[in-house]
Design a protein around this ligand. Structure first.
Ligand SMILES: Cc1cc2nc3c(=O)[nH]c(=O)nc-3n(C[C@H](O)[C@H](O)[C@H](O)COP(=O)(O)O)c2cc1C
Ligand SMILES: C=C(O[C@@H]1CC(C(=O)O)=C[C@@H](OP(=O)(O)O)[C@H]1O)C(=O)O
Length: 387
């Protein structure tokens, strides 16, 4: 399965084309819209989320509620485009450069480097595509991946771990029941509800100061077959692919699996997960410090992966920048902006992790027909138990 996304933040619409989804997967726009709505709900978003009502239109690859095996095309309208038509028009317009032109790059955003790289003297040409609006389509594609996973009883649950230093207290290992319960919550997920109000208060306080905050999200995936990904080639290691996908989410600066960076401070005897076997469940581990991966392959334990998001770069109290026309010192441009997007990023993180796992499954099993794939996965699960 591979995909491409296209679209500018204030352009007419976002487009996604996905190739390689097996034929016969039940799929409805509701599956996708539910995830799109979750991404829009997070606390701390700016005015744009009040304008957008993200809903997908499927224009190819699905018929009467089932995938056809042909490329699936998804389209999501940017409602804000109406207000930006004259700025974002495709046709040449005289005086175009002056319409919402950006010449004062924001530190921490793609503006300056993108402008230098592509020769755009209007930095809007950069920010329109570097905007996290693009992640809308990745969530839509992730919803299809999640559908594949849920048909195989694989559960994906993301939750907000930390915002601006306020940390949700999470047990060392979530049980299968806890992961399933978390995955059912339709809105933003926090394991420790006692910190939710504190997080919201911090976001409000930060916004009042004209500043922004980041945080940490965790994605847990349960009931993953053993052996997705491969140790045989560097670019087939599934933990590596998941890390790349998470780091590709706008503003993500780091990724860790299981106990992550803490592993560097401990002895081997404290880190490795001892192997056990039982008739009922097959191979398992006493602990899950390594977050479900050995040798770039899933080992059957829940995948536990975290990503850290830096604070949003656009500040209402802007930082120092330089005007690219005059080279004079200025305050950076203020675009309408979010003060915290960690809850939304959690939904995006779930989507990109689900997409990588679905790709791992489709690479390992016959993927033309979904029924056959489902049968193969179930036989393979029996095989791994008895091995
Ligand atoms: C859901 C989400 C919403 C975001 N909203 C904003 C925003 O309103 N303003 C802003 O400056 N950056 C926002 N960002 C972050 C920028 O898109 C990101 O910092 C920028 O593309 C530069 O990329 P980098 O931080 O990965 O280097 C958001 C990121 C995400 C994931
Ligand atoms: C549009 C989305 O997020 C946007 C991401 C973003 C950025 O710079 O990344 C800047 C803001 O855009 P605008 O200037 O239109 O308000 C956010 O609203 C979205 O998540 O759908």
């Amino acid at each position: 399965m591979r995909f491409i996304t296209a679209g500018e933040s204030h352009g007419r619409e976002l487009t996604g084309i996905i190739e390689g989804v097996p034929a016969g997967l039940p799929l409805s726009v509701l599956d996708i819209n539910e995830e799109l709505a979750r991404r829009q709900k997070g606390y701390g978003r700016g005015g744009r989320m009040l304008i957008e009502k993200d809903q997908v239109t499927i224009t190819s690859g699905v018929r009467h509620g089932y995938t056809l095996g042909s490329p699936i095309t998804l389209v999501i309208e940017n409602k804000d485009w109406k207000n930006w038509q004259s700025v974002m028009g495709v046709e040449a317009v005289s005086g175009h450069d002056q319409k919402r032109r950006v010449s004062k790059p924001r530190p921490g955003h793609a503006d300056l480097v993108g402008g230098i790289k592509y020769g755009h003297r209007d930095l809007r040409n950069v920010l329109e595509r570097s905007s996290a609006r693009e992640t809308t389509m990745r969530v839509a594609i992730g919803a299809i991946a999640k559908k594949i996973l849920s048909e195989l009883a694989i559960v994906v649950a993301g939750h907000v771990m930390e915002i601006g230093g306020i940390t949700s207290q999470v047990p060392d290992q979530l049980t299968a029941e806890e992961i399933a319960k978390l995955s059912e919550k339709s809105s933003v997920r926090v394991v420790d509800p006692s910190c939710e109000e504190k997080m919201k208060a911090l976001i409000d306080e930060t916004k009042k100061k004209g500043d922004t905050v980041g945080g940490v999200v965790e994605v847990v995936v349960d009931n993953v077959p053993i052996g997705l990904g491969s140790y045989t080639h560097w670019d087939q290691k599934l933990d590596g692919k998941i890390a790349q996908s998470l780091l590709s989410i706008n503003a993500f600066k780091g990724v860790e699996f299981g106990i992550g960076f803490q592993a560097g401070t401990l002895y081997g005897s404290q880190v490795m997960d001892e192997i056990i076997w039982s008739q009922a469940t097959g191979y398992s581990r006493k602990t899950n410090h390594l977050g479900g991966f050995e040798g770039g392959m899933t080992n059957g334990m829940p995948i536990v992966v975290r990503g850290v998001m830096k604070p949003i770069p656009t500040l209402y109290k802007p930082l120092q920048s330089v005007d690219i026309d005059t080279k004079e010192v200025y305050q950076a441009s203020v675009e309408r902006s979010d003060s915290c997007a960690v809850p939304a990023a959690c939904v995006i993180a779930e989507a990109v992790v689900a997409t990588e796992i679905a790709q791992g499954i489709l690479a390992k099993f016959d993927s033309d027909q979904f029924d056959q794939l489902k049968k193969q996965v179930s036989q393979y699960r029996e095989y791994t138990k008895e091995f």
